[in-house]
Design a protein around this ligand. Structure first.
Ligand code: ADP
Ligand code: MG
Length: 250
């Protein structure tokens, strides 16, 4: 099922519109004619089996992957201007013995000052303000390698929110997070989306969160198989075919 674009606009102040997106890597067709519309303020979950092309889709939207087709954004009052995209990558592994702290990580990303000189007062204030957005001020001096899955996601989220983006993209933010942490993280994303009026596009394998949090679920397996409300997609024959017959996890 493809999503129709009647007049090329979404009627909201900020959206992402993808039309006929195809990606080839070498001889392989990774994505074929994917159409998707993320409206302003929506949370859209992209699901599909491993190797379906979910991360490739996100990379194309981020401008990190060559593609054919159309990827267009419209931001409030600035139809032609590129939006700010916040990106939370799939959790990188940090060595627990590595001395890099959360403060150091922010300093590397946000400041030209060498991390070994310390944060500086003004920068520390800024980092604390960033961490406050994810209720993570207490994490500032922790070593990145010792953070739990949920804490690491919150730190990466805080980095992605500075400067505040128009759209937030997260690749598997729930993997490596325990069940309790998942609900905390999803509540936080929901709060952030409403507070800052962001659109959110995320991939996930955790379908139990979708009915509560997602406005729209998109199932892909190289092509778009079905999209709609969580209830419609999770109860669809396409979903059962992909995840039951191929042994996917529910
Ligand atoms: P998903 O995120 O849904 O698990 P990916 O988008 O990571 O899937 O990958 C989709 C397919 O594209 C996989 O078969 C993967 O091996 C292939 N692929 C992704 N990136 C590359 C690359 N840089 N070179 C070759 N193949 C790739
Ligand atoms: Mg992936």
């Amino acid at each position: 099922m493809n999503f129709p674009f009647h007049d090329g606009s979404c009627g909201h102040s900020c959206c992402l519109r993808v039309e006929n997106l195809s990606v080839r890597i070498g001889a392989d067709a990774i994505l074929k004619d994917v159409n998707l519309h993320v409206h302003c303020g929506e949370m859209v979950a992209l699901i599909g089996p491993n190797g379906a092309g979910k991360s490739t889709f996100l990379k194309a939207v981020l401008g990190q992957q060559e593609y054919s087709g159309v990827i267009a954004f419209s931001t409030p009052g600035q139809r032609s201007k590129k939006p700010r995209i916040g990106y939370v990558p799939q959790s990188p592994a940090f060595d627990p013995s590595d001395p890099v702290s959360v403060a150091d990580l922010f300093a590397c990303c946000m400041s030209k000052r060498p991390a070994f000189l310390g944060l500086g007062k003004a920068m520390e204030e800024t980092v604390l303000e960033c961490l406050e957005r994810v209720h993570g001020e207490d994490l500032i001096h922790k070593r990145v390698g010792t953070l739990s899955g949920g804490e690491l996601q919150r730190v990466l989220l805080a980095l992605a929110l500075e400067p505040l983006p128009n759209i937030l993209i997260l690749d598997e933010p729930l993997s490596g997070v325990d069940v309790e942490g998942m609900a905390v993280l999803m509540d936080m994303l929901d709060e952030i989306r409403k507070t800052y009026d962001l659109s959110i596009l995320m991939t996930t394998h955790d379908f139990s969160m979708l009915p509560r949090y997602a406005d729209q679920v998109v199932l892909i397996d190289h092509a778009l198989l079905i999209q709609g409300t969580p209830e419609a997609v999770l109860n669809s024959p396409e979903f059962h075919r992909v995840f039951h017959m191929k042994g996917g996890s529910l």
